[in-house]
Design a protein around this ligand. Structure first.
Ligand SMILES: C[S@@+](CC[C@H](N)C(=O)[O-])C[C@H]1O[C@@H](n2cnc3c(N)ncnc32)[C@H](O)[C@@H]1O
Length: 206
């Protein structure tokens, strides 16, 4: 399967010099830092880093950051943002379905991206995540979850896949859970207010 639409859409959104997702880091970054502060933890992997706001924030805290995204514009802007703050990031174009990353890592995270993982690659993907995460390493993942009472978001793409409630957690049954939750939140992306349901996990490899 070729990720034609997704790549083209995001490449276009990331084309300009303004940052489509802004440059403020996501809140979960500080949660991960609290659990595994630098220098207790060293290496971080950002899967689907977009334009790099979270990857750059982690690098600014001292971690050695590896980050990849499907888009060339995303990686170009990640490097540009890193340059602005005088930090170095190992950033490259790769596909979540087949990615390569030289671990082991102390912190691995992905936000807003795992819905692009093909069904047939899920097992392999999470086996790979376990293999490249250090013992006592921390991972953060979120996925959009299907609910019969919620309509599909208006800007949902055919290449994005909804997950079943709780499905994400089954891949980490043997890990120590730091946080698991499922929330419903309002979103105005695409100009039409709508709701998402999202499952999130933060857990530690034992
Ligand atoms: C909603 S954005 C989130 C970006 C970033 N994590 C953030 O929070 O700013 C989803 C990202 O997934 C990337 N993406 C989509 N399909 C991908 C794939 N197959 N492999 C890697 N990245 C992918 C897109 O290019 C986009 O940057």
């Amino acid at each position: 399967m070729i990720l034609g639409n997704i790549r083209t859409n995001y490449e276009k959104w990331y084309e300009g010099e303004t940052y489509y997702w802004g440059t403020e880091p996501a809140e979960f970054c500080d949660e991960l830092i609290r659990i595994r502060p630098f220098p207790q933890a060293g290496k971080v992997l950002d899967i689907g880093c977009g334009e790099g706001k979270d990857a750059v924030y982690m690098a600014k805290q001292g971690y050695s950051v590896t980050a990849f995204d499907l888009t060339e514009n995303g990686i170009r802007k990640t490097k540009k943002l890193a340059g602005k703050y005088g930090v170095n990031i190992d950033a490259y174009v790769d596909d979540i379905n087949t990615f390569q990353a030289a671990g082991p890592f102390d912190i691995v995270y992905s936000t807003g991206t795992v819905q692009y993982l093909f069904e047939e690659n899920k097992e392999d993907f999470f086996r790979k995540i376990a293999a490249i995460t250090n013992t006592h390493g921390i991972v953060y993942f979120n996925v959009f979850v299907e609910k019969p009472f919620l309509e599909l978001p208006p800007d949902w793409d055919i290449e994005e896949k909804m997950w079943k409630a709780g499905e994400l957690f089954t891949y980490f049954a043997d890990w120590k859970v730091h946080r698991i939750d499922e929330i419903i939140f309002e979103d105005h992306s695409g100009g039409v207010p709508h709701y998402h349901c999202m499952d999130t996990i933060i857990c530690e490899k034992m």
